[in-house]
Design a protein. Structure first.
Ligand code: PGA
Length: 260
């Protein structure tokens, strides 16, 4: 696990965007696992800038989003399909046929979720999975007690997730309680995983994920089982880690030895 404490959220976004763009230069048909929420927006802005200003093409890229609410239309302002259009896809040349979201309707949701897993496999698997983390340690909508081997499926959102996200809904507006999400097992199948976390609110979740025991009660702790995970943190999210100095020294050595 690499733990990189950044000076600012801008520095984190620069580093993550650089990592994605370097991977894209190596593999123009990159398969990206994408996240929503406030955390990845800086990275998405940088990818759009790379496309607009430097002509970087995403035409052969395939994307799979982590999760989506059940019960919101695709054009609902809180739907993740809407979020991705507004915050990323509107500014890139990704082929709409290559953009995928977990299924949220139809007669047989479990079969549709299995088909989503198959589509990921058919694309050759996810090369880079972008993640945020919930204040309760969720990744995607894998809430505490999610099986560490789970696959794409329907989940009931935790109280903490509902209260963290309540601010996005108008008074009296119904907030979705259900979502489909890639499972923890699905996420762990990605070849490389990048998790960004910003703010004090996430400090305990980051602590549990990086330095706690592997436990379904803190779903992000499952990332300890993956061979290629990098946490990009701001100081606030890193504030409860006990080995901050060590992570800094590892980073210094990595830079000295020619890492990025
Ligand atoms: P945020 O959400 O990026 O809006 O903080 C992250 C998450 O809940 O996974």
């Amino acid at each position: 696990m690499r733990v990189i404490e950044c000076q600012s959220t801008d520095e984190a976004a620069d580093l993550v965007a650089h990592e994605i763009l370097a991977a894209l230069a190596d593999k123009p048909d990159l398969v990206l696992g994408l996240a929503t929420g406030s955390t990845p927006i800086g990275v998405y802005e940088r990818l759009i800038a790379a496309h607009r200003e430097r002509g970087v093409s995403f035409a052969r890229v395939t994307t799979f989003n982590l999760d989506e609410y059940v019960g919101l239309a695709a054009d609902h302002p809180q739907s993740y399909r809407h979020f991705m259009r507004e915050n990323l896809f509107h500014g890139l040349d990704v082929d709409p046929a290559n953009i995928h979201f977990p299924p949220v309707d139809g007669d047989d949701l479990p079969a549709a979720c299995a088909a989503y897993e198959q589509a990921i496999r058919d694309a050759g698997g996810i090369d880079i999975q972008i993640l945020g983390i919930g204040s309760n340690g969720h990744i995607g909508f894998n809430e505490p007690t999610s099986s560490l081997a789970s696959r794409t499926r329907l989940k009931t959102l935790a109280d903490k997730t509902l209260s963290d996200n309540a601010r996005f809904y108008a008074e009296g507006e119904e907030q979705p309680q259900l979502a489909t999400t890639m499972g923890i097992g699905t996420i762990l199948d990605a070849k490389r995983i990048i998790l960004q976390s910003f703010g004090h609110k996430k400090a305990q979740a980051v602590r549990e994920a990086v330095e706690g025991a592997v436990s379904s009660f803190w779903p992000a702790s499952a990332l300890q089982m993956h061979p290629s995970v990098t946490f990009y943190l701001d100081r606030d999210s890193a504030s409860r880690l006990t080995m901050r100095d060590y992570y800094r020294r590892v980073r210094e050595n990595e830079l000295r030895l020619g890492g990025h």
